[in-house]
Design a protein around this ligand. Structure first.
Ligand code: RFL
Ligand code: PHB
Length: 391
């Protein structure tokens, strides 16, 4: 088999890249180690930055997102027994966020890629990359029928997430990382959202977040210990703790319902500045991870592949390699700003295990400043809806 761009991973990064290339007449094959059913059911991110939702519209993929997604013009922050709203729209000159489940985005893009004839090889086994330094790199894998396959490509896009095989195939990586002394326990519940907007709550018991997927589905998160055993969290305990942490002002109660899905996610910050090795380019979670508090992961993946697609288009149109050479530098400014924002939101809103009362009071003062003064609120709002994008 031969293609122009071999894409490893059918997450948001790989699928969006394949779509952007297809629109400019560039062929790709997507190799995914999980089944279609698995990736379409994997509950993860929910917040799209303003420009990402606009991009999805511009490339003809916004139909279901505009129908079923929820446009939010503000978020709320709950602390010290009260709640304050950050008016994203007023503070950013009219921008908003789109709440649309990552798995819905994945479903839409898988359907569009397959309809356009792009092969997606699901359930690929033992995926490996070869000859990255030469003119024709290759991807090898075993197909779902067990046969060994090789795809020769002009370029390989490593969109295979944090635990993929592309990043480890690069020698001498420049890596920067932090881990946090807590994790998030997330649930998806068959319950109407209890508020129209997202609520980020800083409570003495720990952080909690109220988000949603639809008028019938709530997505909720609790800060827990990094090594927490999910078996210690029966549904009753989860609801009780969510009620405590989210209903600080006593004015309302969280709607409860059947828990459809639950899981624990570790929190880390990670940047691999080596985003290119020969003809292999890393994009999305394969190159960087943010703690989810800033809702930036999927958006950074979209930003990387937009930059990469433009560089590949320039190469195929004119043989020009300058944009390919500039790819890491063109992405890293945005990546580090999203890292800073995600680290800052995480540090401001979570309770650290060894934290003393001094630090707790500093956190409260910071939330008070951010939610009570326009300069503070605007800095949060501009980062949250997505900094201006100049690829
Ligand atoms: P993905 O989505 O991990 O996709 C990688 C794909 O590669 C496949 N794969 C392989 N395929 C072939 N061969 C191999 N050896 C392979 N190894 C892996 C995987 O099966 C998968 O299909 O990475 P991508 O495309 O870079 O997208 C990144 C986003 O998924 C991620 O950043 C977000 O989910 C992070 N995130 C959030 N981001 C946001 O922008 N807004 C949010 O509100 C938000 N909330 C979240 C989140 C992540 C969370 N978890 C569970 C990590 C909330 C949570 C709880
Ligand atoms: C979500 O809806 O899953 C979500 C929202 C905001 C975040 C993280 C996750 O910061």
């Amino acid at each position: 088999m031969r293609t122009q761009v071999g894409i490893i991973g059918a997450g948001p990064a790989g699928l969006l890249l394949s779509h952007l290339l297809h629109r400019r007449g560039i062929e790709s094959i997507v190799i995914e180690n999980r089944s279609r059913g698995y990736i379409e059911a994997r509950v993860r991110a929910g917040v799209m930055e303003h420009w990402v939702a606009e991009l999805v519209d511009e490339i003809g993929m916004g139909e279901r997102m505009r129908r079923e997604g929820l446009v939010h013009e503000g978020i709320e922050i709950s602390f010290s027994g009260g709640r304050r709203r950050i008016d994203l729209k007023a503070l950013t000159g009219g921008k908003s966020i789109m709440v649309y489940g990552q798995q819905e985005f994945v479903k839409d893009f898988v359907a569009a890629r397959l309809a356009a004839g792009t092969p997606i090889r699901f359930e690929a086994g033992s995926v490996s990359v070869h000859d990255l330094g030469g003119g024709s790199p290759a991807i090898r894998f075993t197909d779902s029928d067990g046969a060994l396959r090789q795809i020769e490509c002009d370029f390989i896009a490593g969109c295979d997430g944090f635990h993929g095989i592309c990043r480890p195939a690069i020698p001498d990586l420049a890596i920067f990382e932090r881990s946090y002394p807590f994790a998030w326990l997330g649930i998806l519940a068959e319950a109407a959202p209890s508020s129209d907007e997202l609520i980020y709550s800083s409570h003495d018991n720990g952080f909690a977040l109220h988000s949603m997927r639809s008028p019938e589905l709530t997505r909720l998160y609790l800060q827990v210990a990094p090594d927490e055993d999910i078996a210690e969290w029966p549904d009753d305990r989860i609801w009780e703790e969510l009620q405590t942490r989210l209903t600080q002002d006593g004015g309302w109660r969280l709607n409860e319902g059947k828990v459809l899905q639950k899981g624990i996610t570790p929190m880390r910050s990670f940047v691999c500045e080596t985003m290119r090795h020969g003809r292999l380019f890393l994009a999305g979670d394969a190159a960087h991870i943010v703690p989810p508090t800033g809702a930036k992961g999927m958006n950074l993946a979209a930003a990387d592949v937009l930059v990469l697609s433009r560089a590949l288009v320039a190469y195929y149109e004119s043989g020009e390699t300058a944009l390919l050479d500039a790819y890491p530098a063109a992405c890293l400014g945005r990546i580090w700003k999203a890292q800073r924002f995600s680290w800052w939101m995480t540090s401001m809103l979570h309770v650290f295990p060894d934290q003393d009362e001094f630090l707790r009071r500093i956190q409260r003062a910071e939330i008070d400043f951010v939610t009570g003064h326009e300069a503070g609120a605007r800095a949060l709002a501009e980062n949250y809806v997505g900094l201006p994008f100049d690829a």
